[in-house]
Ligand binder design. Structure first.
Ligand SMILES: Nc1nc2c(ncn2[C@@H]2O[C@H](COP(=O)(O)OP(=O)(O)OP(=O)(O)O)[C@@H](O)[C@H]2O)c(=O)[nH]1
Ligand SMILES: [Mg+2]
Length: 251
């Protein structure tokens, strides 16, 4: 059984080599699909050099329409073309520990859930290196998300997740609306609305190892716009009468 981990990257040349080694070291069944938006720092070149020697590393180079959400969707679509039974996602900057996938996998294999999330907001979770401003931002976003999306999970916006492949098959990736970070919430939300069970495990969220954050004000605004739209949009495969009446463009 193989496990495909999708890793979106933008200017992660300093981090991606170390991270790929860590992902591959989790187990021989782990494959990495790096989705790079043509980073000016040469991230794709680093990945290409590793992929030339390591068949479990794959690169998708996107050259138009940059976006975290578009990249994640492209990565999931590629993963569905492989025989991977479990498909995951993580950041490239060292904030997420790939070893957590083994815990998430065990929970899915035990039948606890169809998709498992590494959570920053359970009792024993830990977030390292955030200043007050970053904590406040995340708390507000998370509270708004809980209030609007009403998902049965504490952390609906962290990009460390693992799904059974049938969850992603059911999502209809082409019909998702998110181009940015809201893709995490959107996919969790759609999976839940489609009747799949989501679970969580506590994680330690580490500070970014090198490079700069891409989470700017524009991305925050896009996320808020997506939240607004969420209650009034159709979920692919689910009828939503409110969606026909009010259409707010998604983030
Ligand atoms: N392909 C692609 N990847 C992106 C894009 N924006 C961010 N990423 C990647 O997505 C992951 C998360 O981005 P970060 O900048 O770390 O955002 P964050 O983790 O929310 O913010 P920090 O905690 O401040 O690092 C990283 O691996 C980024 O390289 C994008 O537009 N396209
Ligand atoms: Mg980060």
């Amino acid at each position: 059984m193989s496990i495909a981990i999708v890793i979106p990257t933008y200017n992660e040349a300093a981090n991606i080599g170390t991270l790929l080694n860590r992902v591959l070291a989790v187990g021989p069944e782990y494959h990495a699909i790096v989705v790079d938006d043509n980073s000016p720092d040469g991230t794709a070149d680093v990945v290409r050099a590793i992929a030339a020697k390591e068949p479990r590393v794959h690169l998708i180079l996107r050259t138009a329409d940059k976006g975290f959400g578009l990249a994640v969707r492209a990565g999931f679509a590629r993963a569905l073309e492989t025989d991977a039974e479990l498909i995951g996602q993580m950041d490239a900057d060292g904030s997420h520990d790939p070893q957590v996938f083994e815990e998430l996998r065990a929970a899915i294999e035990a039948g606890e859930a169809d998709g498992m999330i590494g959570s920053r907001y359970l009792a024993t979770s830990e977030i390292q290196g955030w200043n007050l401003h970053r904590h406040a931002n995340s708390r507000v976003a998370n509270t708004l998300t809980k209030w609007i999306a009403r998902l049965p999970i504490a952390d609906a916006t962290n990009g460390l997740r693992l799904f059974r492949r049938d969850v992603l098959e059911a999502l209809d990736l082409d019909r998702l609306q998110s181009r940015g970070y809201s893709v995490i919430l959107e996919t969790n939300y759609c999976a839940h609305r489609l009747g799949f069970r989501l679970g969580e495990r506590p994680i330690t969220f580490h500070p970014r190892a090198a490079g700069e954050s891409k989470l700017g004000f524009r991305e925050v605004l896009r996320f808020l716009r997506f939240l607004l739209a969420l209650r009034f949009r159709a979920v692919p495969g689910i009828a939503n009468p409110r969606a026909a009446r009010l259409r707010i463009p998604a983030g």
